[in-house]
Design a protein around this ligand. Structure first.
Ligand code: WT7
Length: 646
């Protein structure tokens, strides 16, 4: 089934902005004539001052640098709002759909959004925020999240959005790393009928790392603590602020935002994106991947706390003048028809979501879908993790009634926007394959051990051989870590961390991470992060975490834990450790399995052999490979004998 081919539907081939021959022609031009290609594509942005040099890039350690559209000046917020006022000021920009269908929603036109953003930009200024300052945003999926981000961009402040599911500790670490003096939050979030104590979490975080100002948006009306002199209500501050605020002229390479993401080592990295390249890249990919035309109703179900929410909820759709649904809730509340009811209510034409949600809904049976109408849907998208052919088939056949192409978009926090993806009018689809590179993207496969380039049909480590405008520019505060993490393994190339196969038709099939990062429900989790949370528990002496296959989440978290001598490895302690990790990082890091391990498989030099731990977690114990280099091979027998039943 996985090699089945779904040709571009005739009406798409005829009407889409990019058909198959246009794809070939433009892709070739983007590589052979980048100057000409990007000169045209960059016209989609209103530049205050035109750029002079297309790019200034070197992947070599000695003169390592990445820059695009050098010399250009722009404001991305003005591109997202001001320039639409004349043509579509009264068109809905954000249709906000609340957690519960009986709660009234909100619709903000481009003009409304512009007024709110300018007002809040003045609130930021009044609270001492200047160009270049870092602003932490810890908000639920309410329009104010987009408003706060755009207000920062308007005045040149750098936002750092922290997903509202992260714990106070995780929030504190992120506030501290970027030295942010101001936090924007809400009293509470609401997800699936459950309240999330956002303000209380901020209070707890700020006990560890203080900030001068907290701006609180009243959302649920729940009661919250208030620190005089530090805390400010959003509505009070906004009532005193002018709705007029000029947009700052930003350099193309001025920072736009920092977004923390997990890596294979240590604490999360602050991925930094800049202004000009990101604006061009996100809006271009959004237009072509979704064949977007103003007037169409678009819905990306991602949270603004992740890069998908940054690029394809906030920036690209607004730059492109889209009308979009912003959803506060979850797919299974009040029931598992919720997504499709929202589609029907707002006549959504383009729907973009993560495979994990689809797999969860698929298990509930087709009736929840088929009893809804969905005739408005024209195009479906998938993002965040590999979509297994079964889930692809269900999405295509049941949700899209075989009428909607599926764009399976491969990209990363680091890449800013879609890198390998079908275009609906151009690409024949193979379920499970992200298919072909976006314009300007040059993927390649290298032999993971030898580092040599692989030609033709092959499997290897996925690298990108040259820069693209939306590439991250640095790890905030640690440029050397940026180089070491992405450019040192395979000199001259950007290393993605993913494994990949290229088939005989040149289609790319992402096989998943080949570093110590796991992908849980489309969210990246560093195994090292979970390990360090575990060893912070007073009874834990050592921990090793690996991924395991999981029907819904894609990958689950399997933790091997060695407790201190004399500790009783009880069921109670197991539960406590699970809670501990949730508290330290957040619910997305909840271990699925905790196995107590008196010893871990180590080489004589003390290195943990994760290969063996992975195989045990995957239940692939027939061939554990060579265990002869282990310091104590007996450890493995013990691990095999004491696997918890899951
Ligand atoms: C990692 C990046 C894409 C933005 C949201 C996640 C995996 C992402 C796909 C896809 C297979 C995918 C990769 C990648 N991934 N999209 N369509 N097919 N794998 O961003 O948190 O930075 O995670 O997600 O492993 O490296 P992220």
């Amino acid at each position: 089934m996985s090699e089945e081919l779904f040709p571009v539907p005739g009406e798409w081939a005829a009407s889409a902005k990019i058909n198959a021959s246009a794809y070939d022609e433009r892709y070739a031009r983007s590589i052979s004539d980048p100057e000409g290609f990007w000169r045209e594509e960059s016209q989609r942005i209103d530049w205050i001052k035109p750029w002079e040099t297309l790019k200034d890039v070197s992947y070599n350690e000695a003169d390592f640098r990445i820059g695009w559209f050098m010399g250009g000046k722009l404001n991305i917020c003005a591109n997202a709002l001001d320039r639409h006022l004349e043509t579509r000021g009264d068109t809905p920009a954000i249709i906000w759909e609340p957690d519960h269908p009986d709660t009234p929603g909100r619709t903000l036109t481009y003009r409304d959004l512009h007024t709110e953003v300018c007002t809040f930009a003045n609130v930021l200024k009044a609270n001492g925020v200047n160009k270049g300052d870092r602003v932490t945003i810890y908000l639920p999926m309410v329009p104010e999240a987009a408003i706060a981000m755009l207000a920062c961009a308007r005045i040149g402040a750098v936002h750092s959005v922290v997903f509202a599911g992260f714990s106070p500790d995780a929030l504190a670490g992120r506030i501290e790393d970027c030295q942010s003096n101001i936090v924007i939050t809400a009293d509470e979030g609401l997800r699936g009928g459950k309240k999330v104590p956002l303000k209380a979490n901020v209070d707890a975080a700020l006990e560890k790392t203080p900030a001068d100002t907290v701006i609180v948006y009243r959302h649920t009306g729940g009661s919250v603590g208030f620190v005089e002199g530090r805390d400010v209500w959003w509505h009070d501050a906004a009532a005193n602020a002018s709705p007029e605020c000029a947009a700052e002229a930003m350099d193309a390479e001025d920072p736009l935002f920092i977004l923390y993401t997990s890596g294979s080592t240590g604490k999360p990295k602050g991925v930094m994106h800049t202004t000009g390249g990101y604006a061009v890249w996100t809006s271009m990919t959004h237009e072509y991947v979704f064949d977007y035309r103003p007037g169409q109703v678009y819905w990306c179900a991602a949270d603004v706390g992740w890069v998908t929410g940054h690029s394809y909820v906030v920036y690209a759709p607004l730059i492109n003048g889209a009308t979009q649904v912003m959803f506060e809730g979850v797919p299974n509340y009040p029931d598992v028809s919720r997504f499709w009811n929202v589609v029907d209510k707002h006549k959504v034409e383009i729907f973009y979501a993560a495979p994990t949600a689809l797999r969860a809904l698929m298990r509930e049976g087709d009736d929840w879908v088929t009893k809804t109408d969905r005739s408005s849907l024209r195009l479906l998208g998938s993002v965040g993790e590999p979509i297994n052919p079964e889930a692809w088939d269900w999405y295509h056949r049941v949700v899209g009634e075989r009428r909607c192409p599926i764009v399976d978009t491969w990209w990363q926090t680091e890449t800013g926007g879609a890198m390998i993806t079908p275009l609906p009018g151009a690409t024949d689809l193979k379920p499970g394959s992200a298919s072909k590179p976006m314009f300007g993207v040059q993927p390649a496969l290298v032999d993971p051990e030898k580092g040599t380039l692989l030609k033709g049909a092959a499997s290897g480590a996925l690298v990108i051989t040259d820069s693209w405008p939306g590439q991250m520019r640095t790890v905030y505060g640690d440029h050397d870590r940026f180089f070491q993490t992405y450019f040192s393994q395979y000199p001259g190339y950007y290393f993605t961390g993913d494994g990949c196969r290229r088939d005989e038709d040149g289609y790319y099939w992402i096989t998943g991470r080949i570093d110590d990062v796991i992908n849980v429900s489309g969210h990246r989790m560093g195994t090292a992060e979970v390990e360090s949370a575990l060893v912070e528990h007073p009874l834990v002496s050592e921990a090793a975490v690996v991924g395991m296959p999981h029907d819904v989440k894609g990958q689950g978290i399997y933790a091997y834990v060695t407790t201190n001598a004399g500790t009783e490895d009880s069921e109670e302690l197991r539960k406590e450790l699970v809670q501990w990790v949730r508290k330290e990082i957040g619910p997305i890091a909840t271990p699925d399995v905790v196995q107590f391990a008196p010893g871990l498989p180590k080489t004589r030099s003390g290195k943990i052999m994760r290969r063996i731990l992975r195989k045990i977690a995957e239940n692939d114990t027939g061939n554990l490979g060579d265990t002869s280099t282990l310091a104590d091979p007996g450890v493995v027998d013990d691990l095999l004998a004491n696997r918890p039943r899951t």
